[in-house]
Design a protein around this ligand. Structure first.
Ligand SMILES: [Zn+2]
Ligand SMILES: [Zn+2]
Length: 247
């Protein structure tokens, strides 16, 4: 089943009615949205689902700044070794030849936190921009809806032009990533694309060479097996970072 970008049910930090309100808004937007044919697309308008740090880059070569993106990893499955998974995610995001890290002239600057998410005190954890949680089934907490991996945003802030989010969560199902293989990287890169503001295909046949529009969406006719962020994926994230995204 395809992964899903869910904007509902933040894990534990925002009253649920606020999140449901956004879902209502987004549903309306989605119905009236007419994307360019076969074009990669982003969240646009007054509410944009991406990390608030995406527009800046202020770290050094050895230390993340508050405009960089720190992430932690948390295994919530007894069958997933947290360190092994964190190593695999870090490799996928930042160490292979085609990666998200460095996108938009290093405004995407991904830093792995040294500890697992649950091992931080809440004040320190609040400074970490996003989290990967691996769990056997997110259905029980109503996050991703059964078979899906998904992304959830929380702590929206208005920057003068749009609202974006200080915290993002990538919920990955154990079955999607426990092969530590190309398929697992495909899910990690896809859900990270959501963290960076990209959307899923919005209609049947909305396919292209994109980790967001690949064969995870075979149900919508997409067949490209690409598992890494492509040039068009990166240019779309750059448009978000530049605030020039209009589709
Ligand atoms: Zn998706
Ligand atoms: Zn923004």
């Amino acid at each position: 089943m395809p992964p899903h970008s869910r904007e509902d049910a933040p894990p534990h930090r925002t009253p649920r009615w606020i999140a449901l309100g956004w879902v209502a808004v987004l549903t309306v937007v989605a119905w009236h949205h007419v994307p360019k044919a076969h074009a990669n697309h982003t969240h646009t308008g007054s509410n944009q689902l991406h990390l608030s740090t995406l527009h800046g880059n202020n770290g050094t070569s050895t230390t993340p700044g508050d405009q960089d993106e720190q992430y932690c990893v948390q295994s919530r499955s007894t069958s997933i070794n947290g360190t092994q998974m964190a190593n695999f995610i870090e490799e996928t995001l930042a160490k292979l030849s085609t990666i998200w890290d460095g996108t938009a002239n290093w405004r995407v600057d991904l830093w792995r936190a040294s500890k697992f998410c649950f091992d931080y005190d809440s004040a320190t954890r609040a400074t970490i921009e996003y989290e990967y949680h691996i769990k056997d089934d997110f259905y029980e907490v109503s996050l991703c809806g059964g078979d899906y991996s998904c992304v959830v945003f929380d702590n929206g802030v208005y920057d003068g032009s749009h609202t974006h989010y200080k915290w993002g969560y990538s919920y990955l199902q154990t079955e999607h990533v426990n092969g530590y293989n190309t398929r697992a990287r495909k899910f990690i890169n896809h859900e990270t694309g959501h963290i960076l503001g990209l959307m899923d295909p919005s209609y049947n046949g909305h396919c292209m060479n994109s980790v967001m529009h690949n064969d995870l969406y075979a149900s919508m006719g997409c067949t490209d097996p690409v598992w890494y962020p492509t040039a068009s994926d990166k240019s779309s994230v750059t448009r978000i970072a530049d605030r020039t995204n209009t589709w």
